[in-house]
Design a protein around this ligand. Structure first.
Ligand code: MTE
Length: 358
């Protein structure tokens, strides 16, 4: 077993802080096992004693709350939901192939995973606190210190009040039926389905209703999409919804497969509030496309797996995939079209190279 109970073959981008993704074959199940679930950290895992842990809810609320884990469990209805988390840096390696992005890790397509989360609805906690109508944003604070933030500071983020009061946003203490592991935010983390993973704050200890977005580095500077020509820390658009994307999980790129019928499998994920309508696969670089079959979706907040059987001729073959969502939008063809200085939100067509032998 690898670090933090992860599988041995995790692709580890860094150990302190720990940043790792499973190989693509580790994402083939509808739900990702906890040992395969990617992990993205900006600092060391904080030591939080669950018995001493308290969650403060303050700011623009009628009643400030200070809740223990037991209070959360006993005072609010329990909710369980299957949801995908996806880092804004997922598939950055494709952007790095266009132009260098100094200081950012080359995540492949594994900075995304899906779990069944159990906890309470953030909406119920905000309702008990009596969130005021003047609140526009809900900010989250955590104790882990991020040394590379400018200046170094604990991790934090915020989401708009409309999303924060939706039923799918959870304060979760269990993941796939197991107590949340320290590396994933124990004792309690936020899960914001549909939004980039950065908003799902781990080790949450304060929730503040306020009239502006969080001024934490990870909301005000990072996880914003700067213009292509801008300095990486230049003003940018705050990333909220994940970008419609898809990736091929099997066969592995650069593998050798026998000619004839071959099954191609992958995942697709639509942006906040949308669903995947269709996935297409091309063997000629996008001139012609065949349609893949979509697996049933575990929940409206989960990715969808897809599969299709294609006839592979001997020789080198490139297989390309793209998804369409419920609004009729699709993915951009090339990473060149969306390159940005922080390397976020690469949702260009995914491609694998195969050597097909007779
Ligand atoms: N929360 C805290 N406190 N510290 C962090 O570094 N990383 C964020 C988010 N929440 C982070 C955090 C990012 S960028 C992502 S993509 C997700 O956690 C990753 O969650 P995971 O490690 O459970 O997969």
């Amino acid at each position: 077993m690898g670090l933090f109970g992860k599988r041995d073959d995790m692709i580890v981008h860094g150990t302190e802080p720990y940043n790792a993704e499973p190989p693509r074959c580790g994402l083939l199940n509808a739900r990702t096992e906890n040992a395969s679930f990617y992990s993205r950290n900006h600092g060391s895992v904080p030591h939080v004693d669950p018995a001493a842990w308290r969650l403060t809810v303050d700011g623009l609320v009628e009643r400030e709350l200070v809740l223990s884990l037991r209070d959360l469990r006993e005072q609010f209805p329990q909710r369980t939901l299957v949801a995908t988390l996806q880092c804004a840096g997922n598939r950055r390696s494709g952007l790095l192939a266009v132009r260098d992005i100094p200081g950012e890790d080359p995540w492949d397509a594994g900075a995304t995973s899906t779990a069944e989360w159990t906890g309470v609805a953030l909406a119920d906690v905000l309702e008990t606190a009596g969130i005021q109508t003047s609140a526009t944003d809900v900010a989250f604070e955590a104790p882990d210190l991020a040394p590379l933030a400018q200046p170094p500071q604990p991790y934090g983020s915020s989401i708009d009040v409309a999303k924060a009061t939706r039923r799918e946003v959870l304060l979760a203490w269990a993941m796939n039926g197991e107590p949340l592991a320290p590396i994933h935010g124990a004792p309690v983390r936020v899960v914001v389905p549909g939004y980039i993973g950065a908003r799902s704050v781990k080790w949450i200890d304060r929730i503040t209703a306020q009239a502006e977005p969080s001024d934490n580095y990870f909301q005000a500077v990072a996880y914003r999409l700067p213009a292509a020509a801008a300095h990486p820390d230049g003003a940018g658009v705050a990333l909220t919804s994940v970008a419609l994307t898809s990736a091929i999980l099997a066969p592995a790129s650069h593998s050798t497969v026998p000619a004839g019928l071959s099954t191609i499998t992958g995942y697709a994920l639509a942006g906040d509030g949308h669903s995947v309508a269709r996935v297409e696969v091309s063997q000629d670089g996008g001139h012609t496309w065949g349609q893949a079959d979509l697996d049933p979706q575990a929940s409206p907040w989960s990715w969808q797996h897809w599969r299709t059987t294609v006839e592979l001729p001997p020789g080198p073959v490139t297989v390309t995939a793209r998804a369409w969502d419920s609004t009729g939008a699709t993915q951009p063809e090339s990473a060149r079209q969306i390159w940005n200085p922080k390397g976020y939100a690469n949702n260009s067509w995914d491609r694998i190279e195969l050597t097909v032998v007779p």
